[in-house]
Design a protein around this ligand. Structure first.
Ligand code: TYM
Length: 327
């Protein structure tokens, strides 16, 4: 059976980008594959160095994973730091990862710019830790959003390099997975770019109806097209992209026709979009609130998940040690 691995950093609540870029595919895959879904708490230390926050945030993501429908009977749901074997593989991969290639990673350069006083080695070696997360289970498929493409390329490179250096065909080259083939980028509604926790433009699964309405109504628009069938500027394209993601095809077509006929009223579009988002998030939000109360349940899920993940990771590390020459 093919193996699926993916994780999310516990740096805040899950937003629509996380859901439609990643979690939705977790749900599709958990019925058919051997799945490992984790919370990347070590990765979060590269930008969020306070362990107190980490514990609270790990539970947040755990509750949200469960509320979205990830099923602990089907998938191993665990916390990265509960599986120490990942660190050993991270160390071995780091021995074959070169400064130049790590420094060229776009997200490293971006983060180094954002936090110039804390350009730490963890930030630099983020892609080797991510590769270790993935290949520790010898994953075939990794459901991630478009922003992870470069990290995935690095993971394949490190897997390939390990095989080459030790003259083995041990690690597979993990492939990004998105239903329909194309990796997804959920836009922000602030004019340009993607929705992100650190961009301050995210709509969270936990947001209540009033908050969602407020955020959507604030979305950047313009005075509307004056020429029929004209191309959409980026902020407008982003609004339509969101409609495409959360609303029905009929709704999308209705507003698209209005746009093409220069009759669009962005206020109406935003109202509809807000209501469609609320319809989608409300049941998830209710489940998040209920599950968050039951810390014992969440801890049990994480403990059972860690046990399954450790069993898989121990096997890989045992073989890796043998391949490298440790006895
Ligand atoms: P993170 O925590 O930034 O995001 C988690 C997942 O959500 C996706 N995502 C998006 N997809 C579409 N549109 C968006 N606007 C959007 N924002 C976020 C991300 O692509 C990701 O799939 N490096 C990873 C965490 C990680 C990981 C791993 C993932 C660590 N080890 C091993 C897979 C396998 C990250 O920072 O994701």
């Amino acid at each position: 059976m093919e193996i699926v691995v993916s994780g999310i950093r516990p740096t805040g609540n899950l937003h629509l980008g996380n859901y439609f870029g990643a979690v939705k595919n977790f749900l599709r895959l958990q019925d058919e594959y051997k799945c490992f879904f984790f919370i990347a708490d070590w990765h979060s230390l590269t930008t969020h160095p306070h362990p107190g926050d980490v514990t609270t945030n790990v539970r947040k993501i755990l509750a949200e994973y469960l509320a979205c429908g990830i099923d602990p009977q089907k998938a191993a749901i665990y916390v990265q730091s509960d599986v120490k074997e990942i660190l050993e593989l991270y160390l071995y991969l780091n021995m074959n990862a070169y400064l130049g290639e790590l420094e060229r990673v776009t997200s490293f350069k971006e983060k180094a710019r954002k936090q110039p006083d804390n350009v730490n080695a963890g930030l630099l070696t983020y892609p080797t830790l991510m590769a270790a997360d993935i290949i520790i289970h010898k994953a075939d498929k990794v459901p991630v959003g478009k922003d992870q493409e470069q990290n995935m390329e690095m993971a394949r490179k490190f897997a390939r390099r390990f095989n080459m250096i030790y003259g083995v065909e041990f690690f597979k080259e993990p492939q990004s997975y998105s239903f329909g083939g194309e990796a997804i980028k959920v836009p922000g509604l602030d004019g340009s770019g993607k929705m992100g926790k650190s961009e301050g433009n995210a709509i969270y699964l936990i947001d209540d109806a009033a908050t969602i309405r407020k955020k959507v109504m604030k979305a950047v628009t313009d005075s509307g097209p004056t020429v029929p069938n004209s191309a959409k500027p980026e902020p407008i394209e982003n609004l339509f992209r969101m409609l495409q993601i959360v609303s029905s095809t009929d709704t999308y077509n209705y507003f698209n026709e209005k746009y093409n006929a220069c009759e669009i009223r962005y206020g109406d579009l935003k109202k509809q979009l807000a209501e469609d988002i609320i319809r989608f998030t409300t049941p998830i939000r209710e489940k998040i609130l209920a599950i968050s109360e039951d810390v014992a349940y969440m801890d049990r899920v994480a403990a059972e998940g860690a046990e399954k993940a450790r069993a898989s990771a121990e096997k890989t590390i045992h073989d890796v040690r043998h391949i490298i020459g440790f006895r």
